[in-house]
Design a protein around this ligand. Structure first.
Ligand SMILES: C[S@@+](CC[C@H](N)C(=O)[O-])C[C@H]1O[C@@H](n2cnc3c(N)ncnc32)[C@H](O)[C@@H]1O
Length: 254
C-alpha cells in the first residue's frame, strides 16, 4: 500500500479543505477534492472530516479510538488485574518512553496512572503516527480520567532504534516496547486496521541494552508466548495471561 492522496468528507467546509491541502503537502502527496476521488487510482486515501482524520481503502478504515484503554480501565475499576499496570507499578510521577505507540491504547492506560508524570511515545510509521497524533490531540470526551491521560502524552514520529541510541543515559524512568507479534492475534480486532501500515522491526539484544541504558528503573517488553522475543532476550520477571498468550517481561536496572 503505497499510493495515496488526501481528500475530505463530502460537503467539506473551508477549514477542512485547507487542512487537507496542508496535510497533503506535509505528506508529500496531492489533495484531491472529494468529488474527483473516483477518478484517482490509489491504494488508500486520507479523509479530513470535521473532527476526525481517517485513512480508508477498499474494505478497510483506520482511525484513532481509545477503546482498548477504556475497556482495560473498566476492568481495572471492577477489580481485575491488568498485567501491564502490575509490572509498571506506577508511583505516579514517572516519565515512560513508549517506543512502539501504535494506537496508543497502552500509552493512554499508563498515562492514566501517572498524574504527575507523562508518556513520551514513538511511532515509526508515518501513517499511523499522522492519524493517531491527530486523534490524540482532537479526541473529545467528558470522561475525566481519559481527558487527563490524553493531555499527558507526547507523540513523535521516530524509529525507536535510532531514537534510543541518541538519548542520554537514564533519561526515562521506564522504557516500554511492544513490537508487532510474529504470530499475529487476528482476533485482536483493534489492531487489524493498523497492520497494513505498521513497522515490523524485531527487537534485538543491542536494542534492549540501549533501552536499559536510557532507563532509570526498568525496561518492559511485550510479546506473545509463541514468539521468539523471550527466547532470545533474558528478562527478570514474566507476567501475563495464559489464556491470551500475551506476556510482559521486565528487566530491572541494576
Ligand atoms: C503492536 S503495536 C503497539 C500497540 C500499542 N501498544 C497499543 O496499545 O496500541 C506496534 C507499533 O509499533 C510500531 N513500531 C514497530 N517497530 C517500530 C520502530 N522500530 N520504531 C517505532 N515504531 C515501531 C508499529 O508501526 C506499530 O504501530
Amino acid at each position: 500500500m503505497k499510493n495515496f492522496v488526501v481528500t475530505t468528507s463530502h460537503k467539506p467546509d473551508k477549514e477542512q479543505i485547507m487542512k487537507a491541502q496542508e496535510l497533503a503537502e506535509s505528506l508529500g502527496t496531492i489533495y484531491v477534492p472529494r468529488k474527483r476521488l473516483k477518478e484517482t487510482n490509489v491504494d488508500f486515501y486520507y479523509v479530513v472530516e470535521r473532527n476526525r482524520l481517517s485513512i480508508k481503502w477498499p474494505g478497510g478504515e483506520f482511525f484513532f479510538h481509545p477503546s482498548s484503554a477504556v475497556l482495560r480501565m473498566r476492568n481495572i475499576k471492577s477489580g481485575q488485574k491488568d498485567y501491564l499496570i502490575e509490572v509498571l507499578q506506577p508511583k505516579g510521577n514517572e516519565i515512560v518512553l513508549d517506543t512502539t505507540f501504535g494506537l496508543g491504547g497502552e500509552a493512554i492506560l499508563m498515562a492514566a496512572f501517572l498524574p504527575e508524570g507523562k508518556v513520551v511515545g514513538l511511532e515509526g510509521s508515518i501513517h499511523i503516527y499522522t492519524v493517531v497524533k491527530y486523534g490524540i490531540e482532537h479526541f473529545e470526551t467528558d470522561v475525566k480520567w481519559l481527558k487527563e491521560a490524553l493531555k499527558r502524552i507526547e507523540l513523535y514520529y521516530a524509529n525507536f532504534k535510532d531514537y534510543i541510541r541518541k538519548q542520554p543515559a537514564e533519561s526515562f524512568d521506564v522504557v516500554y516496547c511492544d513490537p508487532m507479534f510474529e504470530n499475529p492475534v487476528y482476533e485482536s480486532s483493534a489492531m487489524n486496521p493498523l497492520r497494513p501500515f505498521a513497522v515490523y522491526d524485531t527487537v534485538d539484544e543491542e536494542d534492549v541494552r540501549e533501552m536499559l541504558r536510557i532507563a532509570r528503573k526498568k525496561v518492559i517488553l511485550k510479546s506473545h508466548v509463541k514468539d521468539s522475543l523471550f527466547k532470545r532476550i533474558k528478562v527478570d520477571e514474566l507476567k501475563g495471561s495464559k489464556k491470551s498468550g500475551v506476556v510482559y517481561g521486565v528487566i530491572y536496572k541494576r
